[in-house]
Each structure stands twice: as C-alpha cells, then as structure tokens.
Design a protein around this ligand. Structure first.
Ligand code: NZQ
Ligand code: ZN
Length: 414
C-alpha cells in the first residue's frame, strides 16, 4: 500500500427532505450571507429552488442568486459570479443548487473571489490557488462527485478548452443530499451519472499500482452497488432506496476513499487518461454529456492498455463480475477445437469483463461509439491538440501513452 494523504472535510446531510434543512445546516456551519448558484431551470420547474429559498429565509440566511450554469459550465458565468459575490458585501459561502456543472461553477467562483487576477489563470495553470471561499451544495444529480471532490472543471468557449483544477481548497464544507430530488432526472442524465461514478472508481482502480485489498474491496463494492441500483432506477425513477444508494455511491466514488494507497507516488490517485480524453470531447462539442463520452472512451482505453497489468483486470473481472479465466487443463474443454493456452484464457476473461462494462453502459442508453456522439475521424486531430495542452506529450500511469496512442484509442471507438 502506497503512502497517501486523504482529506475529506465535507459534512453530509443525507436523506428525505434534507433540502428543506439547507438553511439550518448552513447556519450551523457558521454561514450567514451566501451566493446561491443554480443551473438552467430544472430547480425552478421542480420547485426545489423555492424550497431552498424558504429554508434560507427561515434560518435568516441572506442570499443573492446566480442562475444559468449550463452543462459543461463556462468561465463567463464564473466571472459574473465573482463580481456578484464581491459586490454583495460579506458573502461568506457559495452555495450550489444542482449537479457537477453548478457545483463546479460555485467552486470556481469561490477560487476567484480572493484572487486578484483572472480566474482562468488557475485552469490554464498560470497560477495556483492559495485561498477560496467555502462552498456548500444541494445536490440534484449523483454523477460528478463534485459535492465532496477536490476537483473543479470549467470550459472556456473562446479557447475551445475544458480544464480542471485539483486542490483541497475545492473540497466543499457541506453537502445536502436529498435522494428525492433526483426522481425528476431524465433517464439519459441518470445513466450518464452512473457511468461517470463508475468511471471515477475505475480511474483509480487502474492506476497501475499494486492492489490494496481494503481499497479494492471498497472500489468493487461501489461498482457492484451502482450496477445493482441502476436497473431499478431506470425501471422506476422514484425508487427511493435505489436513488439513495446511487447518490452515496456517487460521492464515495470521487471523494478519494476509493483510491487510498493506489495513488502513484508524486501523482494523482489514479490514471485519469479516460477523463482527459473525454474532456476533449466535451470541449469539441459542449453538448456532449461527460458520462456519455466516458461510456465510449473507457472501454476503448481498457481494450488498448489491459496487457500492461493483466492481473489488475483479472482482479476486477472476478470481484465485479465473477469472471475467471478457464483452466486450460479442465477436462470440459477437451471437446473444443481451438487450443486454449493460459494466455488465451486470460485474454478471454479480460475481454469478457470489458464487454460486460461496455454492455452495461449501453444497456442504460449510453452510446457505444464516438459516431453516436457526432464525432468523426476528422475531429481527432483537434482532440489531440487539446490533449497536448491539457496532458502533454506523454500521460497516464497504468500505461504511459503518447498522443499517437490516444489517436489509436479514439480511432478504435469511432
Ligand atoms: O441545468 P439544469 O436545468 O438544472 O439541468 C441539469 C442539466 O441539464 C439536469 N438536472 C440536474 N439535476 C436535475 C436535472 N434535471 C431534472 N431533475 C434534476 N434533479 O441535468 C443536466 C446535467 O447536469 P450537470 O450538472 O451538467 O451534470 P453532472 O453532475 O453530470 O455534471 C457534469 C459536469 O461535472 C464535471 C463534468 O466534466 C461536467 O462538466 N465533472 C466534475 C467533477 C468534479 N468537479 O469533481 C468530476 C467529474 O469527472 C466531471 O469531470
Ligand atoms: Zn467524471
């Protein structure tokens, strides 16, 4: 087990009606004046915004509002939010009401308020954040894990880029998690969220480092729990228990607990190549949903790299799907024409597990190919150009890849 440094300061207020306790929870955390950030209207239509306003009023919390954060949130709204938070004398926290896009908008505002320069400096790595306002969230979609993560991902339309900043300053102080708020999610968003949370676990599991039983069991347990709840919410969007399980999986998948000890010394806790490759898709076309892009990229990456550490894929295959390589000496194989070598048995078991992952995503309504996302061969050069800026010439820890490897992976997914 590698040495690690894990910080997870978020308080979670979880359960039915939790959203009505937003005001009191903020007050107990010591906040009195907040900027309330939300998205493009779902919280207005569902009545959640009104419920949160009522609870803020009841707790005596003063607030200003900033709506309009879009999926793959843009830095322009972040700049507006920074101005708003500075104007409103003494804003002491930024409160997000929504999913990853809203929470990341809130996190970026929180980083930008105490900074003299332009907030994009943090995303293009021109500056490193030194301070941030506290962030709280009322989560409406389990997916990004941003409600407890150290990450913040923002798009810049002018530059055609989507970049992340990882710092413990991004860790929210408070997350209000009310599974009933997720009953209204469109099935595509539910599915994309499930894909994203499973991907967060897999990025860490396939870090390239040696297995860590305690962390591996947490990781595979989270994936199994998500896979068990997924068909239930697809069949019945108001299945509280399944929604609640997914909501908590989404948090634990990305607060860092699923990577402790698997972190590569001196680097992040995981490989994160698939996220890098997916962020280029969302930068290319901001209508591409993060989870949908991952559903295509992750299996393609797995097929390309698994031979670097077959033992990790065999552990995953067994723990998640109960798949084991056949024993070539097994008498039952005597009737099969082809010779089953030990290498062939491993190849087949790993391929079978990767097929299971991909078929599961597709069963939820996620795409299998880049073509289904409108991405073609002609787009690949542009994707690689972005990857060169965000990841460099060589990246990845499970297997070091070059931009030409990334080209091959994108191509294999067309
Ligand atoms: O904008 P509104 O109208 O609210 O609609 C949203 C949006 O269209 C809708 N929605 C959310 N909750 C709903 C709802 N509709 C009905 N009922 C509800 N209860 O769902 C759509 C997607 O929302 P979004 O916030 O974009 O989803 P998600 O949570 O998947 O966030 C995606 C963003 O997070 C980033 C992604 O790259 C992407 O930009 N990520 C952030 C991470 C982090 N900060 O730790 C890690 C992730 O890997 C990811 O990169
Ligand atoms: Zn993600």
């Amino acid at each position: 087990m590698n040495d690690f440094n894990f910080y997870s300061p978020t308080r979670f207020v979880f359960g039915r009606g939790a959203c009505d306790r937003t005001g009191s929870a903020l007050s107990e955390a010591g906040f009195a004046r907040v900027l309330l950030v939300y998205g493009q209207g779902s919280v207005v239509r569902t009545g959640t915004l009104d419920r949160v306003r009522t609870s803020l009023d009841a707790a005596g919390i003063a607030y200003r509002e900033l709506g309009g954060a879009r999926p793959n949130p843009e830095v322009g709204l972040v700049r507006t939010g920074i101005e708003l938070a500075r104007d409103a004398e003494g804003v002491d926290a930024i409160v997000a009401l929504g999913g990853g896009s809203v929470i990341d908008t809130a996190k970026a505002i929180a980083l930008g308020v105490p900074y003299d320069g332009d907030v994009w400096d943090f995303f293009c790595k021109r500056a490193v954040p030194a301070a941030a306002l506290p962030v709280a969230s009322v989560l409406t979609i389990p997916a990004s894990g941003s409600e407890a993560s150290d990450s913040c991902v923002i798009s810049n339309d002018e530059l055609g880029m989507k970049c992340g900043v990882n710092t413990d300053l991004n860790r929210p102080a408070l997350a209000i998690m009310d599974p009933e708020l997720t009953f209204t999610l469109p099935s595509y968003q539910t599915a994309a969220g499930i894909t994203d949370m499973i991907s967060h676990v897999m990025e860490r599991f396939f870090s390239g480092e040696k297995g860590v039983p305690v962390t591996d069991h947490i990781a595979c347990g989270l994936i199994r729990a998500a896979m068990e709840a997924a068909p239930r919410v697809m069949a019945d969007p108001a299945d509280y228990d399944a929604r609640a399980n997914l909501m908590w999986v989404g948090t634990l998948a990305h607060n860092g607990i699923a990577g402790c000890g698997l972190n590569v010394p001196g680097a992040r806790d995981g490989d994160w190549t698939c996220h890098g490759m997916e962020h280029e898709l969302s930068a290319l076309d901001t209508r591409i949903t993060h989870g949908a892009g991952l559903a295509v990229i992750f299996p393609a990456w797995m097929r390309y790299v698994w031979t670097a550490h077959p033992e990790r894929f065999l552990a995953f295959a067994y723990e998640v799907f109960g798949i084991e390589p056949v024993d070539p000496a097994d008498d039952d194989l005597a009737g099969i024409d082809e010779e089953i070598t030990p290498e062939r048995a491993v190849h087949d078991a790993v391929t079978c597990a990767i097929d299971e992952v991909q078929d599961f995503f597709v069963s939820l309504g996620m795409p299998r190919t880049l073509g289904e996302l409108g991405v073609t061969e002609e787009d690949i050069d542009r994707l690689l150009e972005g990857l060169r800026v965000t990841r460099g010439e060589r990246f990845g820890t499970f297997r070091k890849l070059t931009l030409e490897d990334a080209r091959a992976i994108y191509r294999s997914a067309l």
